[in-house]
Design a protein. Structure first.
Length: 176
């Protein structure tokens, strides 16, 4: 199995790093995912995938109908499945690395910002039309965790790849 990427599970969260990110470990991401899940009031397990921009573009096209890469996607679990899974988050590694470099903070902090954004979406927030509720929640949690500017704040300041609009799929809802 040389060369295979094995998943890492901590506190029942599954972290899969198809694409390695310097300065970030599965254990650190799992710990943060647990903290973010609790802070957002989500019950259940979360899966986080860190993969290539190409793979995230494919997922964005498949579930949102947008044929472009994006930084983070959130997929709430299907309630009909009655599982302990709350949802899944997919992150574009190359975009996270570029954002961290451009914004002059660590790649680990960038991944945490993206996980936090995805977790808040999974908690039921949607910045597309919530009159700033998600932005306020994200800013509150970002401050609590000592993270740099939130994803929504960066978008409003300009220069982020964060896409808009969620599309319903028959399989799952994907939101950004």
């Amino acid at each position: 199995m040389a060369g295979d990427v094995l998943p890492f599970s901590f506190s029942h969260h599954l972290i899969i790093m198809h694409k390695k990110v310097p300065g970030a470990s599965e254990r650190a991401l799992a710990r943060f995912t647990e903290r973010a899940r609790r802070a957002a009031g989500i019950a259940g397990r979360l899966n986080v995938l860190v993969s290539s921009n190409r793979e995230i573009r494919h997922l964005n096209h498949q579930f949102r109908g947008k044929d472009k890469s994006t930084d983070v996607l959130s997929f709430p679990a299907d309630p009909a499945m009655n599982s302990a899974l709350a949802g899944e988050i997919a992150i574009a590694a190359e975009t996270a690395i570029a954002n961290a470099r451009r914004l002059q903070h660590s790649t680990l902090d960038e991944l945490k910002i993206l996980i936090l954004h995805g977790v808040i979406h999974l908690a039921g927030f949607d910045h597309e039309g919530d009159k700033g509720q998600m932005a306020r929640k994200e800013a509150e949690l970002r401050d609590r965790f000592g993270l740099p500017n939130s994803l929504i704040a960066r978008t409003h300041l300009g220069g982020n790849s964060h896409g808009k609009g969620a599309r319903r799929s028959t399989a799952r809802r994907s939101s950004r």
